[in-house]
Write a protein that binds this ligand. Structure first.
Ligand SMILES: [Zn+2]
Ligand SMILES: [Zn+2]
Length: 215
């Protein structure tokens, strides 16, 4: 097993500097390996990490667990929480780990030499005993693992927009097989095109898009 220092170095390389939330991510990942009795960082796909925010914590989690979005061993559900659930996909055992509400305050006691709050978190989170830093919840998944992981090679097309949907992420509505944007609304909207002064332009594009000022 790699030491905390080694993992933090690796995380800092990917992140281009070290910050407190990477430390939390590494400590959460290491604690998960211990609780689930799985060797981390993994080289296989047995451990699945479901993380509840994007950002710094993910870089720490990635180096500590070996789980990666690109390998489909990490999923990001953006609840805006520094929290993650770790699932042993062979046994179904799962543990959700969240930093203690008082961890920020306590970090200062473990880093008396720190010159700033930020530095106190950075050092304190490395030194705090696990029980003071992290909170553990044994959980079960509300969605089946089979549904989350789905099958390789599965693909269908949306009956409204025609785009391909993989991993069984389609939904059925009024007898139609639809992608979620078509069924539930998307995070994007196509820009309406309009003809102005004989040229085709995108309505509202100046506010919505970065302009290509160098043209
Ligand atoms: Zn950061
Ligand atoms: Zn669609």
């Amino acid at each position: 097993m790699q030491s905390l220092t080694q993992l933090l170095q690796e995380s800092a390389r990917a992140h281009q500097h070290l910050c407190p939330r990477q430390v939390l991510g590494v400590r959460m990942g290491l604690a998960a390996g211990q609780r689930l009795d799985l060797p981390v960082p993994q080289s296989d796909k047995r451990l699945l990490t479901i993380v509840e925010t994007d950002g710094c914590v993910i870089d720490g989690l990635t180096v500590a667990t070996g789980c990666r979005v690109g390998r489909r061993t990490m999923r990001v559900l953006d609840y805006g929480k520094v929290a993650a659930t770790f699932v042993d996909t062979q046994t179904g055992r799962a543990v959700r780990i969240v930093p203690h509400a008082g961890a920020r305050q306590q970090a200062r006691d473990y880093a008396p030499e720190a010159q700033s709050r930020w530095q106190a978190y950075l050092l304190g989170y490395q030194r705090m005993p696990e029980a003071e830093l992290l909170n553990f919840q044994t959980v079960t998944l509300a969605v089946s693992l089979e549904k989350i992981l789905s099958k390789d090679g599965y693909r269908v097309n949306c009956q409204r927009c025609g785009e391909e949907i993989i991993n069984e992420r389609e939904v059925f509505q009024a007898g139609l097989r639809l992608c979620r944007p078509c069924a539930e609304g998307a995070y994007y909207q196509p820009l309406a095109l309009e003809v102005s002064a004989g040229l085709l332009t995108e309505k509202g594009s100046s506010e919505l898009l970065w302009s290509c000022a160098t043209f």
